[in-house]
Design a protein around this ligand. Structure first.
Ligand code: ATP
Ligand code: MG
Length: 583
């Protein structure tokens, strides 16, 4: 059965929706794929649902191919399991909470680590049961602060989430590797351009973690990539290459200077360049010591930490947060400075920090032998030629300085440039956090319990519809890759005559019989309207049955390349079947 546009539940729109910020949102609404119900909440109409289901099918096939087993958990969940892991509180305003008639607390699942752990604990008990990978494709709920760009960031959205359960760390690494391969296979099938960036695993608490980012200027995730190699990473995950250490012997002795009115790096550099020292300083020669405090989870006590970065760079709080994770970090406020009177704000130096037992971590560029212009630990004074490894010894390094375009790529090839992407998948090794919370053990061969180690892996199925649309469209509309297109062939009847109408019907019937998915535009609208809709809807192959039929030809248009060719109507089915098969 082919689909007739004359009865398809579809209304295309000529105008862009008023709230649309990005092309995918604009086009998916105009082409009648989705309709907004509330902020971040959308309905799927027939063509949209087909694309969504096609993506779902590809995801399912690739998950099944790595031996993952599909199950389906409820989205409506009781509070207790999330209380047990602390996430009921941690999620704050980001989850939808509700009460049942008895006053019991429930939530709509934002992700299901707790429930999968409990599910496995409920069924499995022996080491012989493991490993196992389970997944589901299910609506998730997150009360996003800023639902955005239609289905790109929804508050209800479809996710594939899988969870691996292994006896050993090596087992977990293998489950992780298999997911990585499955994701590569499925994103390749969806013809996406994407990068895999190493990520920091944030609130989930884990170690190895990578994100798959679809390249898109409209994406919310920033990352950096090398100009020369395929190195790509989240800004939080960039490791600064350390320059070689320098010799200490040839460095002049440190000297302290009275430096009134130098509240900024700029004024300080300016001061020394006019101080007649016979050399020129730049901001990169200064060492800026930023004072923060950190707190380990569950503790109430804040500890001081000095962070030394070259003065031409800011401290990037997101990088700093990732570097101290799972500890919390905050800048010192006035009260903190008041409580620690040995900290002369604006003139803090490595020597004073060491003398007062404050931990001091530096940017990896601060290697032994480098000489710095920095605070001299008393008001209105700075020190020149304070040499690392001679005059001060940091407690270690920290990745806290901002990453800038033009910085050398950590793999030694080329320099970094900033880019934007859409997170379409995320894989990470959770470790034993959730198994610990619920006591998920397997009984080993020696009857001793083995604590299970887990991985968790997500794909944004509904987001993929938008991500593909972001990458694949033009001024006239959507352009779907074959694998996800709502039909294989869009047959347009372009003419009112009985021959043309009958020709179109016949071709559609034959294509359908040959196993192709056909969309037939049999409406009474003008050819112009039909062509515009065909371009908007984005089926990769458009066949126009029109005036050429009198000469025995139909026109075949490739929506992707724009190429057109007249094809004999007699051989059209075989020709189109071949096109579809060849992708
Ligand atoms: P983001 O950083 O975009 O908020 P996340 O890191 O919170 O995403 P995960 O918890 O890793 O998301 O969820 C797995 C996948 O689900 C993501 O990689 C993304 O593709 C998808 N996803 C997450 N949040 C949304 C959303 N609000 N709307 C649509 N898809 C989403
Ligand atoms: Mg993520």
């Amino acid at each position: 059965m082919f689909t007739r546009m004359s009865s398809l539940f579809l209304r295309t729109l000529r105008d862009d929706p008023a709230d649309a910020e990005v092309p995918s949102h604009r086009l998916l609404v105009r082409a009648g794929y989705v309709r907004r119900i509330a902020p971040g909440v959308y309905s799927w109409l027939p063509l949209g649902l087909r694309v969504l289901r096609n993506i779902e099918r590809v995801v399912r096939e690739e998950m099944d191919a790595i031996g993952a087993q599909e199950i389906h958990l409820p989205a409506l969940l009781p509070r207790e399991p999330y209380e047990a892991t602390g996430r009921w509180t941690e999620y704050g305003p980001n989850i939808f909470r509700l009460k049942d008639r008895k006053g019991g607390d429930y939530l709509l699942g934002p992700t299901h680590e707790e429930l999968f752990t409990l599910t496995v604990k409920g069924e499995y008990s022996s080491y012989r049961d493991y490993p196992v990978i389970l997944y589901q494709i299910q609506n998730k709920y997150r009360d996003e602060e800023r639902p955005r760009a239609g289905i790109l960031r929804g508050r209800e959205f479809l996710m594939k989430d899988s969870y691996s359960f292994d006896l050993t760390d090596e087992g977990l690494a293998e489950s992780y590797r298999r997911h990585r391969e499955a994701y590569i296979a499925l994103f390749d099938r969806l013809e996406l351009k994407y990068v895999i960036v190493s990520a920091m695993s944030g609130a989930m608490g884990g170690s190895a973690s990578e994100e798959f980012l679809a390249e898109a200027e409209t994406g919310e995730d920033t990352y950096v990539r090398s100009t020369e190699s395929d190195y790509a990473a989240n800004v939080e995950a960039v490791h600064t290459p350390a320059p070689p250490a320098q010799s200490i012997e040839d460095k002049p002795a440190a000297s302290v200077h009275h430096t009134p009115d130098t509240p900024t790096i700029e004024t300080l550099v300016d001061f020394f360049n006019r101080a007649g020292l016979g050399r020129t300083f730049t901001a990169a020669d200064t060492l800026k010591n930023v004072m923060v405090k950190t707190r380990t989870p569950g503790s109430t006590e804040w500890k001081l930490l000095g962070v030394g970065v070259p003065g031409d760079r800011e401290v990037d709080m997101k990088r700093l947060e990732a570097a101290v994770h799972p500890d919390e970090v905050a800048l010192l406020d006035e009260a903190d400075f008041a409580a620690n009177s040995f900290l002369p704000k604006g003139y803090i130096g490595p020597v004073g920090l060491a003398a007062n037992g404050v931990r001091f971590l530096v940017d990896p560029r601060v290697v032994p032998g480098t000489a710095w212009l920095t605070g001299a630990d008393k008001p209105d004074h700075h020190v020149v030629d304070l040499v690392c490894g001679r005059d001060f010894t940091p407690d270690g390094t920290i990745e806290a300085a901002e990453v800038r375009p033009g910085d050398p790529s950590p793999d030694g090839q080329g320099t970094l440039v900033a880019a934007r992407g859409i997170e379409i998948g995320h894989i990470f090794q959770l470790g034993r956090k959730f198994a610990d919370a619920f006591g998920l053990d397997a009984l080993g061969p020696d009857s001793k319990p083995i604590r299970i180690t887990m991985g968790s892996y997500g794909v944004g199925v509904s987001r993929l519809v938008a991500a593909i649309a972001e990458q694949s469209h033009d001024g006239s509309g959507l352009i779907w890759p074959r694998e996800v297109a709502p039909a294989d062939v869009h047959v347009v009847i372009a003419g009112k005559s009985e021959e043309i109408r009958a020709g179109g019907e016949k071709l559609a019937g034959e294509l359908d019989a040959a196993g192709l998915r056909v969309l037939l535009d049999d409406r009474t609208s003008s050819p112009g309207v039909k062509f515009a809709d065909a371009e908007l809807i984005g089926v990769p192959t458009i066949v126009v049955v029109g005036r050429g039929l009198a000469n025995g030809v139909v026109e075949v248009k490739d929506r992707r390349s724009g190429e057109r060719a007249d094809v004999p109507v007699d051989g059209a089915v075989a020709h189109l079947a071949e096109l579809v098969r060849a992708r």
